[in-house]
Design a protein around this ligand. Sequence first.
Ligand SMILES: [Zn+2]
Length: 80
Amino acid sequence: MFRSLIVFIAIGVIVWLVSRMLSNKRNTPRSKTGASNPHEIKKIVQCQQCQVFIPEDKAIKSENFSFCSQQHLEQWTQDQ
Ligand SMILES: [Zn+2]
């Protein structure tokens, strides 16, 4: 009786772990909606003008280049 209870709990823990792993995988594409997930690794890009590193979601994009601010985008465009 006692042993079957332990087996039952062990199966329950395994099912819980597997379902948690599966739901984590499913949640990953949801980060595109902008929900802040502290465990998510953000992509870091570099400003073309001052070489500072910034998270991609904070960067200002122009063609294939990234900038830390609108000002640096304009400065870089003028320098070209
Ligand atoms: Zn910059």
